[in-house]
Ligand binder design. Structure first.
Ligand code: FAS
Ligand code: PHB
Length: 390
């Protein structure tokens, strides 16, 4: 069997790329190892940058995001018992939308199915072949049958643990990595929102984040030992820790509720270059990972896919290969900016057990500067809402 583009992975990167290619009349087949129900219920990211919001709207898949997502014009930084608002809109003229990643997945799956897109779930034994030729192919098992699909291009959108990145010969790859000495304990709670905007808290006991999913479901996180276990944290212990880290001199208090999901996620910064080899291209977590403090993970996946859809359209419509050959260089400009911002936000807000008193004072001085200088707040704001696409 033959197609134009094979996409491995039906996360935000793979599904959005398939949809954008479809809008350009370019055929693709998406291979996904999990079930549709699984990918539509995996709790992941929560914040869409302005650029992501615009791309989803322009691609005709933003209706539910606009009606059910929460448009936020600011965030709050909490430290020293006080909360300080960063007015994203006043500083940048741009905003963010809090709209869960799995909701974006649902919208993209629905759009692909409505367009009779080729989206194969529960595939296994996926392997890539002849990626340095003009006719790469993918072998896989689906419905108990071994199959081989040939295409002009293979796009690895299969995440950090996928098989695409390792298919690029190791001697040609250069990986950059920083693993953080902490993780995030995430909870989903049945309660009304405790604040109108997200609260990022720095506290001597560790970081905490107050986010939301809907008027009745809230998403909160607190810094924890990455080797800790969910079973060690009773609801009472969680609420006690969250209240301590979010203590506020103005009497504000986090609303409690029934905690119906708990999970621990590790944190790393990671970039693998090049993001292409022959006719194989990588997008999203398959090529890079950021700590979620800057809410960049999914948004970077969208930015990669935007570049790939432009490059593939130029190839098929005009026979031009220039944007394909510069994809890695073009993508990495935004990737490294987001890597730096995510590392900076993480360093600014988390507790480091090996931090000297001097380093702790530097952390506090930077926070004080951020909430008292328009120039400093603008740096945070423009990176948080996402820089305009080049
Ligand atoms: P994804 O990992 O989302 O998708 C890859 C897809 O490929 C998956 O569906 C997988 O099943 C499939 N796949 C893998 N191997 C395959 C194979 N061999 N064959 C076929 N299919 C295969 N980002 C934020 O901005 N904020 C957050 O709060 C946040 N929280 C996160 C929590 C967790 C637990 C994790 C793991 C990540 C989180 N992220 C967060 C980052 C996350 O949102 C990613 O950046 C985003 O999912 C990247 O999308 P994709 O690149 O499409 O990769
Ligand atoms: C979320 O709502 O899941 C979320 C929000 C902001 C972040 C990370 C995660 O920085």
């Amino acid at each position: 069997m033959k197609t134009q583009v094979i996409i491995v992975g039906a996360g935000p990167a793979g599904l959005l790329l398939s949809h954008l290619l479809h809008l350009q009349g370019i055929e693709s087949v998406v291979l996904e190892s999990r079930t549709r129900a699984d990918i539509e219920s995996t709790i992941r990211a929560g914040v869409l940058e302005q650029g992501t919001m615009d791309i989803l709207s322009e691609a005709g898949v933003g209706a539910r995001m606009r009606s059910e997502g929460a448009l936020h014009h600011g965030i709050e930084l909490a430290f020293g018992g006080k909360r300080h608002r960063i007015d994203l809109n006043e500083l940048t003229g741009r905003a963010i939308t809090v709209y869960a990643q799995h909701e974006v997945i649902k919208d993209l799956v629905a759009a692909r199915i409505a367009a009779a897109g080729q989206l194969l779930f529960e595939v296994s034994a996926v392997s890539l072949h002849d990626i340095d030729s003009k006719q790469p192919s993918v072998r896989f098992t689906h419905g108990g049958e071994s199959q081989q699909l040939t295409a002009d291009f293979v796009i690895g959108c299969d995440g950090f643990h996928g098989i695409a990145r390792p298919t690029i010969p190791e001697p040609l790859r250069r990986d950059y990595q920083r693993i953080y000495p902490f993780g995030w304990f995430g909870i989903l709670v049945e309660s009304a929102p405790s604040s109108e905007e997200l609260i990022y808290a720095q506290h001597e006991r560790g970081f905490a984040l107050v986010s939301t999913r809907s008027p009745t479901v809230q998403r909160h996180y607190f810094q924890c030992d990455p080797k800790d276990e969910v079973a060690n944290w009773s609801d009472d212990r969680i609420w006690s820790e969250m209240h301590t880290r979010l203590e506020s001199s103005d009497g504000w208090k986090l609303k409690e509720g029934k905690i119906f999901q708990k999970n621990i996620i590790g944190m790393r910064s990671f970039v693998s270059t090049p993001m292409q080899y022959g006719r194989l291209f990588l997008a999203g977590d398959a090529a890079h990972i950021v700590p979620p403090t800057g809410a960049k993970g999914m948004n970077l996946a969208v930015a990669d896919v935007r570049l790939l859809s432009i490059a593939l359209e130029a190839f098929y419509k005009k026979g031009q290969e220039e944007r394909l050959s510069t994809y890695t260089e073009d993508a990495l400009k935004r990737v490294w900016r987001a890597e730096h911002f995510s590392w900076w936000m993480t360093s600014l807000l988390h507790r480091f057990d090996d931090a000297s008193p001097f380093q702790q004072e530097l952390q506090r001085a930077e926070l004080d500067y951020l909430v008292s200088s328009r120039a400093a707040a603008t740096v945070l704001a423009e990176n948080y809402v996402g820089l305009p696409f080049a």
